[in-house]
Structure formats: C-alpha cells, structure tokens
Design a protein around this ligand. Structure first.
Ligand SMILES: C[S@@+](CC[C@H](N)C(=O)[O-])C[C@H]1O[C@@H](n2cnc3c(N)ncnc32)[C@H](O)[C@@H]1O
Length: 386
C-alpha cells in the first residue's frame, strides 16, 4: 500500500499536464494517505511497481489463489507491507537435491492393500502404510492427531529426558562450514514420523490417512504483531488440539547449498530435515537436506518462534517417497486454540549458539520458559559478579 501511495504521489508530482484531470489528481495527491486507505485511488497499471501490485492484490489472499482457502493479511499497527516472496503451496528442489517422486520407489509392502477401497481408518487392521506409527494410524476419524501420539511428540519436544539425540560420525552441517578442523556433530533429535496414504494406495483422496496432503483448510490471517516480532500468523477461528494447520514450504536445498547462501549473506529461515540423519553410517552431502522459505514459501514463513510452550508442533510426514532424507514438515496444534490467537512454534533455537544458520534475534516470545530471557539473566548475573 505504501508503494501504491508513493507511486501515486510520484505520478502527481511528475505530471506536466495542466488539464482538469490533473487538478483533480493533485487534490487527491495532497491527501494521498487518506485516499489510499479509503481505496479511492485509481492509478494506471504501468505506474505501479510489480511489488506494489503484488502487495495490493494480496491483501485478500496472500496465497494468490494457490491454497484451498484465501488467507488475507492485515496491518493495524503501521503502513508496512509483507516483504516480497513468491507463494508456493508445495516444496520445489532448488538445484542439487536428488528428491524424486517415483512410483517404483514404493514397494507393495509400503502401500496400503488394494482391498482398502475408501477410508483406511475404517479398517479394523492398520495397513502397511501406517507402520510408521506405533498403534496404527496417527489420525482420528475427526482428522486430528491421536492424543497419545501427539502427547508423546510434545513431551519429546519439551522434555530433554524424553529425547533421543543421535550424533553423526561426520556431520554434514559441520562439513559444509569448510573450516580447517572439523567440529564434532552437535546432535540431531530422532523424530517419529507419520506416513500418509498416497497414489499407490487403494483408498480415495478422502481417506482419513490423508490429512497433510489435502492442504490448509482453516481460516487464517497474516497480521503485523503489536509486540515487535514483525509479521505473524493467527487463526480467525477456534481450533481443536491435534489439528493440521500447514506445512513448512520452501526450496529444497542440500546443506552445502544452504551454506553457500549464508556465505553470500543471503538471509534465510532454513528448516533442517535431519530427523533420520544419524541412522546411516555416512550421510552424503546431497542427502542432507533442508527447506528454505525465504524467497519461495507459504504462510509458514510468517510463523513466529515461541520458546517451549508454542501452540504448534512440527512433525515429519512422509507422503510420496519412502526415502527418509526428504519429508514434509507439518504443523499441528498442541492444544485447543481460541480465535485470534497467534500461532507459534519452537524453532529449537539455541540462543547461545553464535554459529546458528538462522539470523539471530532478541526473543520477544513472552513465554515464562523463554530461553533468551534466561540467557540475558545469566549474562546480567555474570556481569554483576565481575
Ligand atoms: C520465519 S520469520 C517469521 C516472520 C517474521 N516475523 C516476518 O515479519 O516476516 C523469523 C523472524 O521473525 C522474527 N521473530 C520470530 N519469532 C520471534 C520472537 N519470538 N521474538 C522476536 N522476533 C521474532 C525474527 O526477526 C526472525 O528472524
């Protein structure tokens, strides 16, 4: 909107034409801010930058029609517009990642039986496609994650004693730093995944074991947060515990490609797909993958961080490939959520790690478990003692 207003003012100032039309325009131009906010301005298309048009067009739907639902953005705080990015409803390989979806990569044992003709959840016996989950399918007939499966994932994420941390012999993250001495692996959380039915299964698209692949369906809104975190994502309706919200979409990069971006000072918000990194002796560079939603992404790029008690949790979900190196990262609610609540997830940041690939920030999450707050208290104590 700011672009549109300044473009409009520019047009008025640059005009040499003394016609009646111009006079009318300059009057409106004097009150450009008010006129813009009332939607009164009509500017020829050629006068507006492409970014300006994207911002204006996307007010009602930042997904530009790519999702099942429209997701508007609002800014009740100032006149900033969301930064420019290309909306993508699914992940795309940037260049080197060898992710390929092929029918031959799935054996019959990995798909559900062809005797399952409609909804796998209705079957008394879980099919092969549910083997990733302890007690059969991860979802209930209402389309939310089963309570025990969800609780186990939440406590693994929040309670260090429940976490299984694995260490690579030679970590791709350390290798990519190209330092003279290779640092030891910092460890990767082993995560339980969900396996959804897919094209090789006998069921229909409405099968209860196809949740993430059916996409976003809740009323959401991108909004400018009032407490200094920039843009955020909130729900416009009540959400039950265990509901799927969206997945993290971005470019699929290898870890060397990610480091290349950080060497070139391109800011990124990467998510490392390391749930199974340590299950093999040696992980080749091109098999260590991550998602970067900075330039190409979906609404998940607006999710802000909250330490420990975030209302979303990320769970790996396999759909099209049994290759453990690539998976979807899906966000589910950790509790019932009220309309207008901001949606947050724990980025898993270690605020003391100066090596982090994520751009450092002062955490304003407001959680009583805030790790950044503890750090500043610790720093203050040390400084007081000195
Ligand atoms: C993935 S983006 C989230 C969307 C972002 N707020 C925006 O305006 O586009 C991550 C960035 O958001 C900001 N952010 C996220 N969580 C935050 C928090 N708890 N406190 C302060 N800033 C936060 C930081 O600037 C961080 O680098």
């Amino acid at each position: 909107m700011k672009d549109l207003c300044s473009c409009y003012v520019d047009m008025v100032n640059n005009s040499t034409n003394q016609s009646l039309e111009t006079e009318t325009v300059s009057k409106v131009g004097d009150e450009s801010a008010a006129a813009c906010s009332m939607g009164l301005v009509v500017v020829p298309e050629c006068e507006i930058s492409s970014d300006g048009w994207r911002a204006i067009n996307n007010v009602k739907d930042i997904t530009v029609g790519e999702e099942n639902v429209e997701i508007p953005w609002v800014n009740e705080i100032n006149d900033e517009t969301p930064s420019h990015f290309r909306y993508m409803p699914q992940n795309f390989v940037f260049q080197d990642a060898p992710v390929k979806f092929s029918l031959s990569s799935f054996s019959h044992e990995q798909s559900c039986s062809s005797s399952c003709i409609e909804d796998c959840l209705a079957s008394a016996m879980p099919f092969n496609c549910a083997i990733a989950v302890d007690n059969g399918f991860a979802y209930t007939a209402d389309g939310v994650i089963k309570e025990d499966f969800l609780e186990a994932r939440i406590s693994e994420a929040r309670d260090q004693r429940k976490q299984v941390v694995m260490f690579c012999k030679e970590c791709p993250l350390e290798r990519a730093k190209k330092t003279e001495i290779l640092e030891p692996c910092k460890g990767h959380l082993k995560r339980k995944a969900i396996k959804e039915c897919w094209i090789k299964c006998g069921c229909t698209k409405r099968c209860g074991n196809r949740v993430v692949q059916r996409g976003i369906h809740n009323k959401l809104q991108v909004f400018f947060t009032p407490n200094g975190k920039g843009w955020g994502l909130r729900t416009l309706e009540k959400l039950p515990k265990g509901a799927f919200i969206c997945e993290y979409i971005g470019e699929i990069l290898t870890i060397p490609e990610l480091y290349q971006r950080s060497f070139e000072d391109k800011l990124s918000f990467p998510v490392i797909l390391d749930a199974h990194w340590c299950s093999e002796e040696w992980l080749e560079d091109d098999k260590a993958l991550c998602l970067d939603g900075t330039c190409y992404g979906n609404i998940a790029r607006f999710l802000n961080h909250r330490c420990l008690d975030a209302n979303l949790i990320e769970i790996p979900v396999y759909v099209e490939t049994p290759d453990q190196h690539y998976y979807h990262l899906a966000f589910f609610t950790t509790r019932d959520i009220e309309a207008m609540e901001e949606l947050t997830w724990d980025y898993g940041i270690d605020f003391d790690d100066d090596d982090s690939l994520m751009k450092p920030f002062e955490c304003l999450c407001g959680s009583r478990f805030c790790r950044n707050m503890k750090r500043s208290k610790k720093t203050k104590q040390i400084m007081n003692r000195a």
